[in-house]
Design a protein around this ligand. Sequence first.
Ligand code: FAD
Ligand code: NAP
Length: 542
Amino acid sequence: MANGTSAPAPTGTHYDAIVVGAGFSGLYLIYQLRKLGMSVHVIEAGAGVGGTWYWNRYPGARCDVESMEYCYSFDDALQQEWQWTERYPQQAEILTYLNHVADRFQLRSAIELNTRVTAAHYQESSKTWKVRTDKGTEYTSTFCIMASGCLSTVRVPPFPGIERFKGTWHHTARWPHTPVDFTGQRVGVIGTGSTGIQVIPQVAAQAKHLHVFQRTPNFSVPAHNGPLDRDYERDLKARYAAHRQAGRESMFGIPCDMPTLMVNQASAEEREAKFEAAWAYGGATRLLLAYMDLLVTDEANDTVANFVRNKIRAVVKDPQVADLLCPTDHPLGTKRICVDSNYYATYNRPNVTLVDVRSSPIEEITATGLKTRDANYDLDVLVFATGFDAMTGSLNAIDIQGRGGVKLKAQWEDGPKTYLGLMVSGFPNLFTVTGPGSPSVLSNVVVSIEQHIEWITNCIAHLRAQGLNTIEASAEAQEKWVQHVTDVGNTTLFPKANSWYTGANIPGKKKIFMPYVGGVGPYAQICSDVAQKNYEGFVLSA
Ligand code: FAD
Ligand code: NAP
């Protein structure tokens, strides 16, 4: 046993449940499944627990949901005793928290680290899942639960020449465990999503020179991070249970006043004042929830998008650079809004240059740096902040085969289809935590994770109480749900953006708006109603 984690079990070992991934989801699954008295084995590719917060160690990595919201609520003593240091926690602090949870609830003995699941095949004869790993071991289980993460399959664009590069390069989500020193270095960062926007100010503060290679600008709003206000913490903890319940019933998993007005019901001055107040508070939620129709019509969205573009122009001194940093290709909020600390001001530094690789694309990585169509850049270090094959990437990377040997990847070629984002028709007893078709990445994900895991484990408890052992989504219920997810998405501006929400960042991936935008609270109610109606839309059998 290394680090208190379980060693690989002998091939052929059977578990009640096998879980893939030991992030927020995998850890909570161990806790809940054990409460049912089940044997559970978690297989994790990383060398430690924490998932996202284990892998993303780049400088500046932190949460953009406030610390008091972005943590488990299932154990009151845990949430009362844990003390966050900052309003938005850093990666290292979240990782410490998750390790604390693993120790506090003695979860490690269920986890096999440094092991990747390569295949999961349903065996109809025994009604079990056969799970294979890259170590050559095979286990079987009654339930197989994918807690493999929506943002865990990294994407490095296949630029020609990377193998020739004489400097060092890192993807932000595979960052070394020892600090990378940029002092005196010529650094290039590719990518200006949430990750790029966090890493760029940090690198700029150290590097001799930083070139930022931007293809598409994103909207970013200030975090206004700082030490966590202890009075605020005390007050919130005194009413934490009610606050958490409000989060579970809310739109994004964070308690927030809902808008009551449409944009054109307010005067221009009133709108400006409201946007200013949201900007001064920090984070994205208040800005997005300033008016009811901001994510519904282009005209409404333009008001808030113009507000942010004016903010960018007010900070960035060079008007040409400011223009390049102003997004114009998507409505604000239809791509994940970035939350930053001093991002735009970074472009006023003499050692930072913004390179527009939309007008002059990257052609290759050379031995000494990077070549765009129009210029060569000499670099010592290259940072890929180029994102993930989101939502389906980690599932499609596993050879998942259901009833009749049907491959999940083939079934999802035209876009993922699930019932409630929880199960897939033809794949009995296989659950997906925060799967496509659920609010997942549009929410405070920890709230969505808890809701999914509680639903899954209540469902398993129900099966066991009824003497049943198999559950599967019906094809009809799945079709209806997929249609509903699409219909609700189409009432918003979300499908307009070329975002990772739609798979547009991965060449060849079918463009479908994958998450459910109906809101965390309404979605949880639907899931709960389905369970109440004896798992309507699912087939339960012995
Ligand atoms: P993950 O944390 O992704 O864990 C999945 C684990 O599964 C990984 O450790 C992976 O190694 C493992 N795995 C995958 N495939 C296999 C396999 N085949 N075999 C074995 N192991 C496998 N969400 C928010 O709500 N607020 C935020 O502010 C926020 N910030 C984020 C910042 C970054 C940099 C990133 C990348 C994501 C952020 N997210 C945020 C989303 C974040 O992913 C979720 O909040 C949450 O951490 C997901 O937990 P998880 O356990 O479901 O998945
Ligand atoms: P991302 O949003 O997908 O951004 C990837 C960036 O790389 C984009 O700017 C993209 O440009 C660029 N890129 C990709 N391929 C390129 C190419 N061939 N040439 C030039 N540029 C290229 O990925 P991410 O920034 O890692 O964020 C992913 C998600 O993780 C976020 O949306 C968020 O949910 C989560 N996250 C959260 C935080 C936080 O603050 N809490 C921090 C990091 C990540 P194009 O847009 O032109 O494709």
